[in-house]
Design a protein around this ligand. Sequence first.
Ligand SMILES: NC(=O)c1ccc[n+]([C@@H]2O[C@H](COP(=O)([O-])OP(=O)(O)OC[C@H]3O[C@@H](n4cnc5c(N)ncnc54)[C@H](O)[C@@H]3O)[C@@H](O)[C@H]2O)c1
Length: 270
Amino acid sequence: MANDLLRGKRGIIFGALDEKSIAWKVALRCHEEGAAFTLTNAPVALRLGTINKLASECKAQVIPADVTAVPDLENLFTKSTEALGGKIDFILHSVGMSPNVRKGRGYTDLDYDFYHKTLDISALSLHKVLQTAQRMDVLSEGGSVVALTYIAAQRVFPDYGDMADAKAILESITRSYGYHLGKAKKIRINTVSQSPTKTTAGSGVKGFDSFYNYADAMSPLGNADAASCADYCVSLFSDLTRMVTMQNLFNDGGFSYTGVSREVMEKFSS
Ligand SMILES: NC(=O)c1ccc[n+]([C@@H]2O[C@H](COP(=O)([O-])OP(=O)(O)OC[C@H]3O[C@@H](n4cnc5c(N)ncnc54)[C@H](O)[C@@H]3O)[C@@H](O)[C@H]2O)c1
C-alpha cells in the first residue's frame, strides 16, 4: 500500500541490524513510499548483521558510524548529503544498547562505566546527531526526526534496568532540541514509544517473553508490531504531520492508557 508519501525526500536511517530490527522495517516502508536514504550502524554491527541485503533492496548506501563518535557523524552527514544530492529531510534514530542489561546487572547493581555507555549510546547520541547536523547545516527546512523509545521512561519495569533512565533522557532531549530546531528551521522531533517487539535489543531484556505476553494481554489492540511502527514513522516523516513536534507518541495498541484488562484480571480471580 504505497502512496508516494515520501517521494523526493532524503533520509538517514540508524539502527538496522537484521530483519527483525524495527529500523529494517522502517527502511523498507520508506523505500516503498519513494524516499531515498542512507543506512548507518556501528562498524561492529555492520560486520555481524546483514545490512547489505537491506541496502540492495532499498538501493541505499551503507555508511558506518558509531553514534557516540562526533567525527563519525560528521563523516556520515558529509557522505549522505553527497550520495543523496542534497540536505536531509528525515532521520530515524533506532539505537539502543545497555552493557548492564546485556551482562545481567540489575538496577541496584549497576557498573558505572557501563551506565555511562548506556546513556551515551541510547540517549546522548540523539543530541550528538542533532547538534552535529545543525552545526553542519545539513537538515532541510520542515524536516522530521523520530527516535524510538519505551514506556519504561514513565513507569517502572524493574528488569529494564538503566535503559529506563536512558529513555527518559532521550525523551527530554526530544522536547528540548525540538524547541530549538522548530524555531530555527521548522524541524520536528518526536519519539515513538513502541510495544515490546521481538528484536535483538528487545529480547535482551530479562524475562522478555512474559513482558511481551503481559503487554499483549493489557492492550485493547494487542501489541503493536514492527511493521505498524514503520507505518507510523512514515506518517511522521511525511508532510501530513508537519505541525506535530516535541511529542512522545505511543504506538502500543492502547497499553499506555489501560488500567487493567479483563484478560489480566482473570489471572487473579479466585
Ligand atoms: N524491541 C523492543 O521491544 C523495543 C520497544 C520499544 C523501543 N525499542 C527501541 O527501538 C530501537 C531499535 O531497537 P530494536 O528493537 O529494533 O533492536 P535492534 O537490536 O535491532 O536495534 C538496535 C540498534 O542499535 C545499534 N547500535 C548499538 N550501539 C550502537 C552504536 N554505538 N552506534 C550505532 N548504532 C548502535 C545496533 O547495532 C542495532 O542496530 C531502540 O532504541 C530500542 O530501545 C525497542
